[in-house]
Write a protein that binds this ligand. Structure first.
Ligand code: WTA
Length: 650
């Protein structure tokens, strides 16, 4: 197998990071043998108002369940991400912004300017009545103001909930209401790939359904004509003109909540994953430093949107805590053409690029010419995140994009983990294409079988984490029971990731994908239950079952089986209508790739839908052997109809 192909850590990286394979192993050993002192030592990466003397205090067991890190410590995140850099690198660029339109001017915001912008924003929030512990929802495009707003919340101890600007008004309203936000920060419009997105109009629609909302702050991005509601809405630039450019940082307990980020699970509505201040910030900073070794003068580019956890940890918090220059990109990889990412690399002399496999697969399809038309000489390191990277895409990234010079750092992690968990260290870890390689020091992944029995040596099974780490999520907003139920009951005493994995003979980890009803579409998590619930909300639909299917570019696509209510015809027009319906209900990322009209779904006699069979059919595996035993179905004949009417990948 491809287990044999090894790319040794380059000597210049070993020299640069002063961490070779043996030193990395020693660090892993020490972190697990004496976690208390290891993590208190790591905590020195941060500036504390009161330095903690307690590291982790946690138990994953039902009778004593609790998780805290550095709970006697006090800090403010923005003192770490901004103020402490002012004396050493106040004039260095903190945020470098590349606009959607390559002909428009980039913006460079120095740490000193960032300090003023964040303080102003914090004062505007205060003016809107926001205080410590209050929730603020951000619905913003990729403009620097998105980072200012996040940091402004942290400055005054407010809790931000960033909602990806591609989500629908309904999805936004649900997320505002769930955490009881009183203030929404949005923009007139966003820009992406040469198009504009009417954010304020969507925000107005959401506000009508979200009674908790009292105020809206609107950032002017495109200058489009925008309706403002008197007494509720205020332009950011007008409000900012009236407030001081300084704002004291509120001292926070390490365990005070920092943000909520909604993510999809196997069941029910998206849950508000809650992270706290000290442990999360340390994790973002520690993992960014270990995996990517940022250096002054270098340009770090994480191409994720701040609407996802990757944007939180690696566009904003990790790099700024580490005093890096972080590039923020408003656009998309394939506009105006397939060369855009590499043009941006050249324009800003990007040193490290961190992006998703789906983007690489899409660009790979366009051939090597758009890459080779650029220099990319500044690149030293490459990274990926969000989904398993297939070895072909890995090799293309390494050989064509990086010209064989840059290690590929494949980082496995989740919204719940706060930052990278399994990933190579550039100077220490030999790479294998498609493997996230080894756990970071302090991370203790294990494999268990379906019964929860621990597997040793080379094996494949369910990926669990057996001990807490500082970046671990601390709760589901408003639903502590759901936190415990979702993550700690399947395999008692362990954190269940929901992923499957294989460990090879060298101890390398290969993530095989989700084992639950979550699908990963272009690196974005989608709960099948969410799409099903949107579909059955349409009057023509009586029942729906959604599964993932293999997709060349997206990794996984959304395959929906739909049973219609009587009186409706399953024709092409209805298929289009249902697609549009889901798009409107959730957002474009949830648009089904295939809809199959099915007179019946395969159910057990107790009425449970056999998803295993639906998955196989969607994957195109329709032999009797692949489908397995169907004799326990209430109506085995429905399977023949499903197979006969299967929809090919478009
Ligand atoms: C998947 C994104 C393989 C995995 C940071 C996980 C990966 C889910 C990788 C979390 C990777 C993320 N290799 N699979 N390097 N990175 N995943 O919460 O299934 O949006 O559980 O966090 O993405 O997605 P989330």
């Amino acid at each position: 197998m491809s287990d044999q192909a090894r790319y040794p850590a380059p000597a210049e990286w070993t020299k640069r990071t002063r961490l070779d394979a043996a030193a990395a192993d020693a660090l892993r050993g020490r972190a697990l043998a004496d976690p208390g002192s290891f993590w208190l030592e790591q905590a020195r990466r941060l500036d504390w108002i009161k330095r903690p003397e307690i590291a982790g205090d946690w138990s994953f067991n039902a009778d004593d369940f609790h998780i805290s890190w550095f709970r006697d410590g006090r800090l403010n995140l923005t003192l770490n991400c901004i103020d402490r850099h002012l004396s050493t690198r106040g004039d260095q660029t903190a945020i470098l912004w590349e606009p959607d339109d390559p002909a428009a001017a980039p913006r460079a915001i120095s740490y000193r300017e960032l300090h003023r912008e964040v303080c102003r924003f914090a004062n505007v929030l205060k003016g809107a009545g926001v205080g410590k512990g209050d929730r603020v929802t951000l619905y913003l495009p990729m403009v620097p103001e998105a980072a200012f707003a996040m940091l402004a919340c942290a400055r005054i101890g407010a809790i931000h909930s960033v909602v990806f600007a591609g989500f629908s008004p309904d999805a936004l309203a649900g997320r505002i209401e769930d955490c009881g936000s009183t203030v929404l920060v949005t923009a007139d419009e966003g820009r992406r790939g040469g198009k504009t997105i009417p954010l304020k109009a969507s925000a107005d629609e959401a506000a009508a359904r979200a009674p908790s909302l009292k105020a809206m702050i609107v950032v002017r991005v495109t200058g489009a004509e925008t309706a403002m509601t008197d007494g509720r809405d205020r332009w950011y630039h007008e409000a900012a003109a009236d407030v001081p450019a300084d704002c004291p940082a509120v001292p926070m307990e390490a365990e005070d909540p920092l943000f909520i980020l909604y993510t999809s699970g196997s069941t029910g509505k998206p849950k508000g994953v809650m992270h706290t201040t000290g442990g999360y910030l340390l994790w973002a900073s520690y993992t960014h430093a270990l995996c990517f070794d940022p250096k002054p003068g270098e340009i770090w580019w994480c191409a994720a949107d701040v609407g996802w956890v990757t944007g939180h940890s690696y566009v904003v918090y990790g790099p700024l805590a580490n005093g890096a220059t972080t590039l923020m990109f408003e656009g998309v990889p394939n506009w105006p053409d397939a060369s855009r990412l590499w043009q941006v690399v050249d324009r800003h002399k990007v040193t490290t690029l961190y992006t998703a496999p789906t983007a690489l697969r899409a660009l790979m399809r366009e051939g090597d010419a758009p890459v080779k038309a650029t220099s990319r000489a500044s690149l030293k390191l490459l990274g990926t995140v969000g989904e398993p990277i297939n070895p072909a895409a890995w090799r293309w990234y390494h050989h064509v994009v990086g010209e064989g010079r840059c290690p590929v750092i494949d980082t496995w992690w989740q919204t719940e983990t706060g930052g990278a968990m399994i990933a190579p260290l550039p100077g220490a870890t030999d790479l294998k294409p498609g493997s996230a390689t080894l756990p970071l020091p302090g991370v203790d992944p294990q494999l268990v079988d379906a019964d929860g029995t621990l597997l040793s040596g080379p094996a494949e099974g369910n990926l669990v984490i057996t001990r807490s780490w500082p970046g671990q999520m601390r709760g589901v907003w408003g639903d502590p029971e759901r936190f415990f139920q979702t993550y700690f009951t399947t395999f008692p005493g362990r954190y269940t990731t929901g992923d499957g994995a294989r460990r090879d003979a060298d101890g390398y980890w290969w993530i095989t994908g989700r084992v639950d009803d979550v699908i990963n579409v272009s690196g974005h998590r989608m709960g099948t239950a969410e799409v099903e619930s949107a579909l059955v909300g349409h009057e023509a639909v009586s029942e729906a079952a959604v599964v993932g299917m293999p997709h060349d570019v997206k990794g996984q696509g959304i395959y929906a089986y739909v049973t219609l209510a009587s009186g409706h015809d399953g024709d092409e027009a209805l298929r289009q209508e249902l697609s549009q319906w889901v798009r409107r209900e959730i957002g474009p990322i949830a648009t089904p790739d295939a809809i199959q009209f099915a007179p019946g779904l395969p159910k057990t006699r107790s009425g449970k839908i056999m998803r295993r069979i639906l998955r196989k059919i969607a994957e195109g595996e329709t032999s009797a052997q692949a489908l397995g035993d169907t004799s326990t179905l209430a109506e085995p004949a429905v399977v023949d109809d499903l197979v006969a009417n299967r929809v090919e990948q478009p």
